[in-house]
Ligand binder design. Sequence first.
Ligand SMILES: Cc1cc2nc3c(=O)[nH]c(=O)nc-3n(C[C@H](O)[C@H](O)[C@H](O)COP(=O)(O)OP(=O)(O)OC[C@H]3O[C@@H](n4cnc5c(N)ncnc54)[C@H](O)[C@@H]3O)c2cc1C
Length: 386
Amino acid sequence: MTAFTPEQELFADTVFNVARDKITPLVPRMEDDDRVPPELADLYRQMGWLALLVPERFGGSEAGVTEWTLMVEQLARVSLAAVQVLESMGPIILLRYFGTEEQQARFYPRIIESTGCFAATEPEAGSDIASIRTTAVDKGGYFVVNGRKQFIGNAGESGVIALLVTVDSRSKTKGLRILMVDRNEAAGLSVTREERKMGLRGASLGEVTLDDVEVPVSNLIAGERAFHAVQVLFDMGRPSAAGQAVGVARAATDYAINYALGRHQFGRPVFDFQGVSFTLANMAMNVEAARELTYAAAAEVDRGGPRRTELSSMAKAFATDVAMSVTTDAVQCLGAAGYTQDHPVERMMRDAKALQIFVGTNQLQRMIIARELRQRAAGASAGRDA
Ligand SMILES: Cc1cc2nc3c(=O)[nH]c(=O)nc-3n(C[C@H](O)[C@H](O)[C@H](O)COP(=O)(O)OP(=O)(O)OC[C@H]3O[C@@H](n4cnc5c(N)ncnc54)[C@H](O)[C@@H]3O)c2cc1C
């Protein structure tokens, strides 16, 4: 079993207890009106969770991916939608590893005050982000940005958007740039649509339109190393998606076990029937395996280990596939009750689907894993031949 420090265990318990007490009452409203409750960002700010990854000298906790993953896992046990306000992780990580001192001083307080997001996806560029068409034209001192981003988590709420743009679409990855944009200082930037989603109700998934938006050159993050910066961000973001998956899958498993123990048919708890108990055993087994892989990946990312890309993709694909199958099985274990909104497992099942798609679909994760395997095999055979 992954061994956490006593501080990490205490932190995880605190997050869960606070989420259970403060977020659970918000969930029915989120489901009904599909709007982000302002209480969420207030709570995360008050608890210091929005600043968890922010360096200490800027008022944060300077935590690693392991602590972040522990936090989102606990939150996801209560509500996966409520986690999505923490899309602020994107701009915070980009600033932490690629921002200048001046950029960090300018943007961290704004993100903590107003949350943030990372906007890459476009109508014509999803999995293939090197094909983006949002252009930034250098006018000397500032860029003029035009384009459209879609399916951006937390877009509607964000005060700061880390925007992936291109200065030369023919150069693909080499033409990519990242611009940190403060919405208060970006005339021509608007959130033009909020998606109507299958799940994650109460979280924002928005379209951002950029119409001749002027962005100072001083807002450029990572310079010409934008594609590398995005890879670093994804390596750190995938354990987070995996942690969310573990959280929702744990919650669904716990709920289904309790239901099966309390529901009687044929004069016995349905838990007593092997068809149900073996399903529950498989669910618990898969959650445990997903959790181990998730924290192995988080630890590898934190130590900057050589397998961080491979393990974080494995954790993301495995844990999110587990979340989908476990939440579906949880509905089945409840029978018709599971199909109603009287029980949370139908919400968990709808929410879990998003996890297989964002931060790169699970097909894309398998492509990355296969690429890493090929490289390692090629390296090993080159070593043998030498
Ligand atoms: C809830 C949610 C939150 C999101 N948040 C953000 C965000 O904050 N920022 C952001 O930029 N984006 C965000 N996205 C968008 C997400 O990153 C994209 O949806 C994802 O990268 C896939 O792109 P696409 O939807 O255009 O699918 P497409 O790329 O059009 O793919 C369609 C299908 O083809 C498959 N496919 C594509 N290429 C290949 C290939 N080479 N081999 C095998 N299969 C392939 C895909 O796996 C998928 O099944 C979010 C999406 C969701 C659902």
